[in-house]
Design a protein around this ligand. Structure first.
Ligand code: GLY
Length: 302
């Protein structure tokens, strides 16, 4: 099998002045992932590495650069899945680490469980050797400024942020950022996907979005394909967007059409906004979004 990989850095009304930084952030992650796949790495290693690169890039809402919640805290979510045997791991509401995606993978490989959150997730991170990262290392000035602007605004609504995005109008608090994701197929035909996020601005403490929910923010099944979603998590969850898209692949749709149909379901059933990236079991790529832009890059081995 010829490897292929696709990564995204969020779907929203990304303005020109930060579009290049988004594209470059995706390209940097993609190049590393492709280099790994071409030298025989597994899809799961490649997607984890891509996400780690993007988690360290403050351009994105994942790892460094994450949004702050209503209390001014960072709570990050991530999920990763191996399409070989449908094993997956997920982490909800974690802080104090750079790489939620790697902790999610540890949940998958080192526990009998699939999803950890809260105190137990923190304890597990320490047990797995993740150093406690001070809050200030994850926080970026852009997000502190945003939080100071919106924290006491009684009119601030998540719905408004996403609806303005869809219409191509930047929300009133200015520049946003968004979730990251990666999907890959390796030389053995194994498919993996991963998604990582800081969630949404001014979210309630304890709010968990689609990113760590299997079938919603990520999904991978060697028999059909893999997917990673981005956008309005509450609506993405209602339609189990990644599983919906992979089911379209199982029905025989090509990946571009499956991605388009999944976004159509998001739009028509729940008035949601966002995007999705896909790879099918033949290594073909799909992508679609209903926002003005989605940052993504993909590559096939030649
Ligand atoms: N899609 C990211 C979130 O809603 O948390």
């Amino acid at each position: 099998m010829k490897p292929a990989i696709i990564v995204h850095g969020g779907a929203w009304d990304i303005p020109d002045k930060i579009w290049q930084a988004h594209k470059e952030g995706c390209t940097k992650a993609l190049e590393k992932g492709m280099e790994m796949l071409e030298t025989g790495a597994s899809a799961i290693d490649a997607v984890e590495e891509c996400i780690k690169i993007m988690e360290m890039n403050p351009v994105f809402d994942a790892g460094r650069g994450s949004f702050l919640n209503i209390d001014g805290k960072i709570e990050m979510d991530a999920g990763i899945m191996d399409g070989k045997d449908l094993s997956f791991g997920a982490i909800g509401g974690i802080d104090g680490i750079y790489h939620p995606v790697s902790l999610a993978r540890k949940v998958m490989e080192e526990t009998e469980h699939v999803f950890l959150a809260g105190n137990g997730a923190h304890k597990f991170a320490r047990k797995m050797g993740f150093q406690k990262i001070p809050y200030e290392k994850l926080l970026v000035g852009r997000e502190l400024d945003r939080w100071l602007r919106i924290k006491d605004d009684p009119d601030f609504r998540t719905r408004t942020v996403f609806e303005e995005d869809k219409k191509g109008r930047i929300d009133k608090d200015g520049i946003r950022v968004d979730t990251v994701g990666a999907v890959a197929i390796d030389i053995n035909g194994d498919i993996s996907s991963a998604t990582s996020t800081g969630g949404i601005p001014k979210k309630m403490s304890g709010r968990i979005g689609d990113a760590p929910i299997v079938g919603c923010g990520f999904y991978a099944d060697n028999l059909a394909g893999g997917a990673s979603a981005t956008g309005w998590g509450e609506q993405i969850m209602k339609i189990c967007m990644c599983k919906t898209a992979v089911d379209f692949l199982s029905e025989g749709l090509d990946p571009m059409e499956a991605a388009r149909r999944a976004v159509e379901v998001l739009e028509t059933r729940v008035d949601g906004s966002g995007g999705i990236i896909l790879i099918d079991s033949k290594g073909r790529i799909g992508h679609a979004y209903n926002t003005p832009r989605m940052a993504f890059e993909f590559s096939y081995a030649v």
